[in-house]
Each structure stands twice: as structure tokens, then as C-alpha cells.
Design a protein around this ligand. Structure first.
Ligand code: SF4
Length: 225
């Protein structure tokens, strides 16, 4: 499998934000979101065997929370599924960030899926594979990255139409961060977080405001954090 990096940091997003976490970042993505902050994963990477990944992860002990991410990790499904089984057997807690474009039926139920549903402003609206909805449980989270009111309304209507507040453990509404952002500032958000909070409260949505904590700790362009 081709990997970009394996490192430990704190989790920056989701209901797991703030916890020490090992990141296993796969190379390659089949989408091109307008606000993507992982463009450097689109090519390159190092070929690693399952044993080499396990060894690299073990070297980052005692952290037992792992996020599998990318790029799009599910493009490596054939190698990734057995790796997940071994990590679960070794008693790691596994999160997986995915765009939701690839089928998720084969992912073990113990893995906490954090699944993006791409909004129109991403330029990849409509990429979410609707059959993946049936794979989502209270173990999982669904994330919407929002650039403007149009994205917000799309996300709000999708959440309501598919009963996501009841179906999954957490629904995340994340203001998009400018891809060319410099400096650790809320000014880099494409959608004002305060505005988003007002909309969420006005509509009575039970969703979580998901600010990317790592972009307020380190410079936004920094890798490996
Ligand atoms: S799915 Fe993720 S990695 Fe791929 S282009 Fe979109 S934001 Fe970037």
C-alpha cells in the first residue's frame, strides 16, 4: 500500500478532537475538492507492507487511537481491510476519514467511520454514494464542510431527509478553511463560525460545530501535525 506519512499528534476534528492520535495517511484521491488541504497526498508516497505499517504504528506507543486517512484510504481497500483487522486485534481504536464515494460495506463495524458528504461548494457535490447510508450506525459520524448558505441548506436538508441525527453518533458541520490560509486565525474560515452557529440554532439542528483544532494550533500549511 502507498502511504504519505505515519505520525502522532492530537486529533483535530470530530467528536474525538483533542485526543492523542496516530495518523496513517494514504496516498491518492479520486476527488478534487475546492478547499482540499491534502493536495500533497495526490501523488507520491512510500510503498509499505502491512508489517511495516504495524511496526511504525507500534513505535508511536502508548497511543492506541489511530486515524486512517488520506487522500482517500478506501482506494486501497484490498490492503486496508486486512490491516484494519490486525490493528483491531491489537486493541487499537480505529477511526477512518473517507469521502464516502467508495463502497463502505466491507469496513469492520468496530471502525468508527467519519464520512464526508460533499456539499455543492466543494465542486464534488453528488459524489457521496447513497448506498453507504445503510452502513452508518451510532458508531459513525457524518461531516459536512460548508462554504456558504447554499452549502448549509444542502447539509441541513440532507440531515433531515435521511434522519442523520438519529442514525449516527454525531453530525459535524465544519466551516471550510481557505486552502491558501496563512496564520492561525478564524479569519481564514470561508464561512464565519458565528454565522453558522446562528443558522444551526435557528433551525434547531442537533449537530456539532466542527472547527479544525489543528489549524488553530499549528500554521495551516504545516504537514505531519
Ligand atoms: S476527498 Fe479529501 S483528500 Fe480528496 S480532494 Fe476532497 S478533501 Fe482532498
Amino acid at each position: 500500500m502507498h502511504l504519505i506519512e505515519i505520525y502522532k499528534s492530537v486529533q483535530g476534528e470530530s467528536s474525538w478532537a483533542g485526543l492523542p492520535c496516530i495518523f496513517v495517511r494514504f496516498a491518492g484521491c479520486n476527488l478534487r475538492c475546492a478547499w482540499c488541504d491534502s493536495v500533497y497526498t495526490f501523488s507520491g508516497g512510500t510503498k509499505m507492507s502491512e508489517d511495516e505499517v504495524l511496526k511504525a504504528v507500534a513505535a508511536l506507543a502508548p497511543v492506541k487511537l489511530i486515524e486512517i486517512t488520506g487522500g482517500e484510504p478506501m482506494l486501497h481497500e484490498r490492503e486496508l481491510l486486512p490491516l484494519m483487522q490486525r490493528l483491531l486485534k491489537d486493541r487499537y481504536t480505529l477511526l477512518m476519514e473517507t469521502s464516502g464515494e467508495r463502497p463502505l460495506q466491507q469496513v469492520p463495524g468496530e471502525v468508527h467511520k467519519i464520512v464526508d458528504v460533499k456539499c455543492p461548494g466543494s465542486g464534488e457535490g453528488g459524489s457521496f454514494r447513497m448506498s453507504n447510508l445503510a452502513t452508518l450506525t451510532s458508531n459513525d459520524e457524518v461531516k459536512f464542510v460548508l462554504r456558504d448558505r447554499r452549502d448549509y441548506e444542502f447539509a441541513r436538508d440532507f440531515v433531515r431527509e435521511h434522519g442523520l441525527e438519529q442514525r449516527v453518533g454525531c453530525v459535524l458541520f465544519s466551516p471550510a478553511f481557505r486552502p491558501d490560509a496563512v496564520g492561525r486565525s478564524a479569519d481564514n474560515l470561508e464561512l464565519d463560525a458565528r454565522q453558522l452557529v446562528d443558522w444551526v440554532l435557528a433551525d434547531g439542528l442537533n449537530v456539532r460545530l466542527n472547527l479544525q483544532v489543528h489549524k488553530f494550533i499549528w500554521e495551516p500549511q504545516m504537514k505531519g501535525v
